[in-house]
Design a protein around this ligand. Structure first.
Ligand code: ADP
Length: 397
């Protein structure tokens, strides 16, 4: 692998690469062997089959099983001298696994603690995913340093799916995973109870082998969503061993339909999260290109959209406001998508009306260039003076 010697450059490259990925889903489990990799692969495959540009990253350094599940054993990652290039499963799912870097899966690598985190980071910063709708990350099991490194490196994880089995022991481990996510501020998409019951091929009935519903109860107790149960199904073992993703090759089975139903809430969660994280859009009243002290009587409103994460201005548009009439401005500004106003003066009543539209008002802003006041606000260096106008006519009508 190529490795960048300069940590600041490495960091910048990592940020740039991660910013091209719209949703990052981590799949966690309290312990190994509960079907975490199986679930991660089937989520990724299902998203691919639905037409989303998807990547699957296997950073389970002790037991990378995704090469086997996808029939990619023995394949090696290529690099172009600067980046690692993902393998493509059937030309559409992009896959990177630590298993593609290990010579022989039967010879486990003996890792030193810091080496593990460094390796995970290197894997993540050096892969050139390109633009993705979803990256599904199969994390190492447990709540130790390894999943912690993966989550910290990604920084803005969209959400976590936690996989458990119904037995008591696995359930107590998953509690730790839930607390781990809460501690790291990672939103929990939900818990999946895997290997829950067995669908008898003869009579098509579900037979409970371990006590069922443990995951469901635990999710309720811990106040996290429960996504559903996947039964024990010999076809899953067969699919995994023969390198044929279950959801694709067994799509007509009852279990595949169950898995597909679990994935819908994952997609919905990500869509809703995107809506919550909409960019900041500033509305600024202006006259002759500068912030105007009289909100309701300005020449034009300048709308400046900003990417909050990078604090960069995405767009800047000047629009003439609507004809003056009572109560017109607050809904009009909301319709333009603004969520914050930088104003010279604004009356208390008007501020209330904007607040009802979900728009925050910062008053007392000096008459300067709109982009400058936005930048100052984002950098925490905006100096506000007295509210230039405390009359109700500024904005409310
Ligand atoms: P983990 O990633 O948690 O270690 P894996 O996904 O590698 O677990 O699964 C462990 C084994 O269990 C694999 O052989 C896999 O095929 C099998 N398995 C996973 N889920 C099921 C299931 N619902 N029914 C039957 N076998 C399963």
């Amino acid at each position: 692998m190529c490795s960048c010697e300069n940590p600041a450059i490495e960091e910048a490259i990592l940020k740039d690469r991660l910013s091209q990925i719209k949703n990052k889903i981590v799949v966690l489990s309290g312990k190994g062997g509960v079907g975490k990799s199986t679930v991660a692969t089937n989520i990724a495959m299902s998203l691919t089959l639905k037409g989303y540009k998807t990547g699957l990253l296997d950073v389970d350094i002790h037991g990378p099983s995704i090469p086997t599940i996808l029939g990619l054993e023995g394949k090696r990652l290529q690099n172009d001298g600067f980046s690692i290039l993902p393998l493509e499963y059937r030309d559409n799912l992009k896959v990177v696994s630590i298993g593609f870097l290990i010579e022989n899966n039967d010879n486990p690598i003996v890792w030193r603690g810091p080496a593990k985190a460094g390796f995970i980071k290197q894997m993540m910063s050096e892969v050139q995913w390109g633009e993705l709708d979803y990256l599904v990350v199969d994390c190492p099991p447990g709540t130790g340093d390894e999943p912690l490194s993966a989550i910290q490196i990604i920084e803005d994880v969209t959400g976590a799916v936690i996989v458990t089995t119904p037995q008591k022991l696995a359930i107590s481990d998953v509690r730790k995973s839930v607390n781990f996510c809460k501690h790291l501020n990672v939103p929990i998409i939900g818990v999946i109870e895997n290997m829950s019951g067995f669908i008898c091929k003869e009579c098509n009935k579900t037979v409970e082998i371990f006590k069922s519903d443990g995951g469901k109860k635990m999710a309720q107790e811990m106040d996290v969503p429960f996504l559903g149960k996947i039964p024990l199904d010999p076809d899953i073992v067969e699919a995994g061993d023969s390198g044929k993703p279950f959801i694709q090759f067994y799509s007509e089975t009852k279990t595949a339909k169950i898995i597909d139903n679990l994935i819908q809430p994952v997609i919905e969660f990500c869509l809703n999260k995107k809506k919550e994280n909409k960019n900041m859009k500033f509305a600024i009243p202006t006259a002759q290109g500068k912030l105007c002290q009289h909100f309701g009587h300005c020449e034009k409103f300048v709308f400046i959209e900003v990417d909050e994460a990078t604090k960069t201005i995405i767009s800047n548009e000047a629009i003439v406001g609507p004809e003056h009439a009572p109560g017109i401005l607050p809904p009009w500004v909301a319709q333009q998508g603004a969520n914050i106003i930088l104003a010279g003066g604004m009356g208390g009543r008007a501020q209330e009306l904007f607040a009802q539209q979900g728009i925050k008002v910062i008053a007392g802003v000096p008459s300067e260039d709109p982009e400058k006041v936005v930048t100052d606000y984002l950098n925490g260096t905006l100096i506000t003076g007295v509210n230039g106008c405390d009359h109700s006519h500024c904005g409310s009508h």
